[in-house]
Ligand binder design. Sequence first.
Ligand SMILES: Nc1nc2c(c(=O)[nH]1)N[C@@H](CN(C=O)c1ccc(C(=O)N[C@@H](CCC(=O)O)C(=O)O)cc1)CN2
Ligand code: MG
Length: 302
Amino acid sequence: MNIAARNGADIIDGKAFASALRAKVAAGVARLTAEHGITPGLAVVLVGEDPASQVYVRNKGVQTREAGMASFEHKLPAETSEADLLALIERLNADPDVHGILVQLPLPAHMDADAVINAIDPAKDVDGFHISNAGLLATGQKAMVPCTPLGCLMLLRDRLGDLAGLNAVVVGRSNIVGKPMAQLLLGDSCTVTIAHSRTKDLAGLCRGADILVAAVGRPRMIRGDWIRPGATVIDVGINRIEEDGKTRLVGDVDFEGAAAVAGAITPVPGGVGPMTIACLLANTLTACCRANGWPEPDGLAA
Ligand SMILES: Nc1nc2c(c(=O)[nH]1)N[C@@H](CN(C=O)c1ccc(C(=O)N[C@@H](CCC(=O)O)C(=O)O)cc1)CN2
Ligand SMILES: [Mg+2]
């Protein structure tokens, strides 16, 4: 890896990578349909009317259909009871046309998100959030892997090749990004540190990172002078801020400052974000292949 200081990082084009991944998924789906007469199906459940979630769910439906898969959308009112949601999940678990199930997060506050996620059949858990999949990933076994960290791993492997021995710092400890990201990097033989809001000398820790993954949900928290020259920076943050009278989307990394020091960096938007839905489609195809005992197309799973 190039660790010399340089002017201007390479920009990692997640949008283009995601588009190529979706094309690979579509080719795999076409082959399954031709060879076995099966169409993989993805059920997406949205509870309530969170505007961002509505956009993500709509995009999931569009991209699922574009890949040649069946999309089943279930939109429930915000006041739906947890019992009714669990009953829907039971039906989807039993439906042979549904190979993947996803409950869009966040859920309304009256619901126990862990109980809901753990009601999904782990083999259909294309978000990889079920405790069985978290445990399989943590023990190095074949799992359904959460989409955002899987997308980050794909971008890192594409950029850096073999990750073995690199120092990786993951800033953020959520169950859906930080923890699985750290497990995936460990699986690729990185030396991994998980940092968070209580970490002492966060800046100093980040300065030791060959790979820095920012997933804290705080706009531009990671400054340019926290970046090791030549490092690869993966920005998972999607923060809407008001600036100069406009709403802007910014990451957890100060892009301008970091791009002057890093070797490569993902932009926001157009970096990690598009990989999330592309990896969801990849996971749905993977789930369909595993459910039927068919070989999985290369390059879709971790
Ligand atoms: N059940 C789940 N809920 C949520 C997940 C998830 O993986 N599973 N992740 C996020 C939301 N999300 C998908 O659900 C998601 C977020 C962002 C993007 C994306 O393409 N972002 C674009 C910018 C889009 C914009 O303008 O807002 C980008 O970064 O370029 C896709 C999917 C939380 N919930
Ligand atoms: Mg809750």
